[in-house]
Design a binder for this molecule. Structure first.
Ligand SMILES: Nc1ncnc2c1ncn2[C@@H]1O[C@H](COP(=O)(O)OP(=O)(O)OP(=O)(O)O)[C@@H](O)[C@H]1O
Ligand SMILES: [Mg+2]
Length: 378
C-alpha cells in the first residue's frame, strides 16, 4: 500500500466542495465563487502528484467554469429564475454511482426486493402489473439507506439524483415545488433515473413548524408519485426516499410510499461481512465472531462498524510506521515509499471499541421495530 498524501489535499477539496454547495444553497454567489476557485486550485495541486493527472486537470477546469456560469444560473441576481435555471440547478444533483450490490453487507431481503422492483419496472408487462414508483427506506442512522439507493442506481447505470431536501428548501429558492417539477422533468428525460430524496423527515407534515415551502414541495413530490403528471410514463423513474423518523410521516405520505422498507441495524453475519469489506486488502488475525458479537451488543450501525475498522487499521498503521517522521520527506520521495503493515489483531479492535460509541439506545431500536411491525412492508 502506498502512502497517499494527496489524501490530505482531497480532504481539503471535499471541504471546499461542501462550502460551495452550502453557498449555492444560501444563494451567496460571492462565497460560492470563492469556494469554486478554491476547489479548482486544490485539484490543480492534486494533479501535480496524482498518477491520473489529466483527470484532475479536467476537473479543475470544470470548477473554474463552475465559478462563473453555474453560479450565475443558480444564484440569479434579480431573483427571477427561469425554467432553464431550475433545470440546470437540478442537474447539479446528478451524481455518478459506482456502488454495487456487493458493496452492501447483509440486508439480503431488501436487496432482493430492490432488484425485483427494477426488473419489474423495465420488463415488458401487461398494464395491470405495475411496479412501485416510490419506496421509502426507514431505520436508524448509518444502516445503509443511502448505500442501497446508490447501489440501485449503480447496478442500473441509471441517472442518480441525490437530493437532500435541505438543499431544495434553502431560502433562496422559495420555489421548491418548481424545482421538484424540474427535477422530475429532467429525470424522465434522462431515464432510467433514480430520484433519491434524503432527509425526507424535513417534509413531514406532522411537524408544526413545517414551512410553506416544505408543504408545497411535499405536495409536488406526492403528485409526481400519483402519476397524474406523468407525461412519459414509459420512462423509468423510481423515487427512493429515506428517513430516520418514520413516525413523523403522515397518511398522505404513507399511502404514496406503499413500500416501506425497514433498514435495521446489522446482525452478526452482516457485521462479519462488513468488516471484510472495510478491511479489504489487509490480513485479519482476529476472531471475527467475537468482534461481531461485541458490535451487536453495542448497537453498532454499519457506519459505526466502518468507523471501528478504520480506527483499528489506524492503530496498526501507527504502530508499524513513523508517520510523523515521514512527513518531513519531500512529496516525490514519499510517493515512492510503502506503508509497513501487519495483520489486524483483536487488540487493535479492542482499542477501537473504546472510541466508537453508538448513539442508539435499546428503547429507540424498539421504537423502530414497533413501527416496522405496524407500518413496514415485508
Ligand atoms: N450494509 C452495509 N454494508 C456495508 N457498509 C455499510 C452498510 N451499512 C452502512 N455501511 C457503512 O456506513 C456508511 C453509512 O451508510 P449510509 O450512508 O448508507 O447510511 P444511512 O442509512 O443512509 O444513514 P443516515 O440515515 O444517517 O443517512 C456507508 O458509507 C458504509 O461505509
Ligand atoms: Mg443517508
Amino acid at each position: 500500500m502506498k502512502v497517499d498524501l494527496s489524501g490530505a489535499l482531497l480532504n481539503e477539496f471535499r471541504k471546499a466542495e461542501k462550502e460551495y454547495e452550502e453557498a449555492i444553497a444560501r444563494g451567496d454567489a460571492e462565497e460560492a465563487k470563492k469556494a469554486a476557485m478554491k476547489c479548482a486550485k486544490l485539484l490543480r495541486e492534486i494533479a501535480k502528484y496524482a498518477p491520473n493527472r489529466e483527470h484532475y486537470l479536467k476537473l479543475a477546469e470544470k470548477w473554474e467554469k463552475a465559478s462563473d456560469v453555474k453560479i450565475r444560473r443558480a444564484v440569479s441576481e434579480n431573483g427571477k429564475e427561469t425554467e432553464e435555471d431550475f433545470s440546470n440547478y437540478v442537474k447539479s444533483f446528478i451524481s455518478q454511482s459506482k456502488v454495487t450490490w456487493n458493496d452492501i453487507a447483509g440486508l439480503d431481503d431488501v436487496k432482493r426486493l430492490m432488484k425485483e422492483t427494477i426488473v419489474l419496472s423495465l420488463i415488458q408487462k401487461p398494464e395491470s402489473i405495475q411496479p412501485w414508483k416510490g419506496i421509502m427506506f426507514f431505520g436508524p442512522p448509518g444502516t445503509g439507506k443511502t448505500l442501497l439507493a446508490s447501489a440501485c442506481a449503480g447496478s442500473l447505470k441509471a441517472t442518480f439524483f441525490n437530493v437532500r431536501t435541505s438543499m431544495i428548501l434553502s431560502k433562496y429558492f422559495g420555489e421548491s415545488s418548481k424545482i421538484v417539477s424540474a427535477l422530475y422533468d429532467v429525470a424522465r428525460d434522462k431515464s432510467p433515473s433514480i430520484v433519491f430524496i434524503d432527509e425526507f423527515d424535513a417534509l413531514t407534515t406532522k411537524r408544526d413548524e413545517m414551512s410553506e415551502a416544505s408543504r408545497r414541495m411535499l405536495a409536488t413530490i406526492l403528485a409526481e408519485l400519483d402519476g397524474f403528471i406523468d407525461k412519459k410514463s414509459e420512462r423509468f423513474v423510481l423515487t427512493l426516499a429515506a428517513t430516520n423518523t418514520p413516525w413523523d410521516l403522515d397518511e398522505a405520505v404513507l399511502s404514496r410510499f406503499s413500500r416501506r422498507i425497514y433498514v435495521p441495524l446489522p446482525d452478526k453475519e452482516a457485521i462479519k461481512a462488513m468488516i471484510r469489506i472495510h478491511t479489504k486488502g489487509l490480513e485479519l488475525k482476529a476472531d471475527l465472531e467475537t468482534i461481531a458479537a461485541r458490535c451487536v451488543e453495542k448497537f453498532y450501525s454499519g457506519r459505526d462498524v466502518s468507523a471501528l475498522c478504520k480506527e483499528a487499521t489506524w492503530n496498526m498503521v501507527r504502530e508499524m510506521n513513523r508517520l510523523e517522521e515521514l512527513a518531513n520527506l519531500p512529496f516525490e520521495e514519499l510517493m515512492k515509499k510503502r506503508l509497513n503493515l501487519r495483520p489486524l489483531t483483536l487488540s487493535d479492535f479492542e482499542e477501537a471499541f473504546k472510541k466508537i460509541k453508538s448513539p442508539l439506545t435499546k428503547k429507540e431500536i424498539e421504537r423502530y421495530e414497533k413501527w416496522a411491525e405496524e407500518f413496514g412492508s415485508r
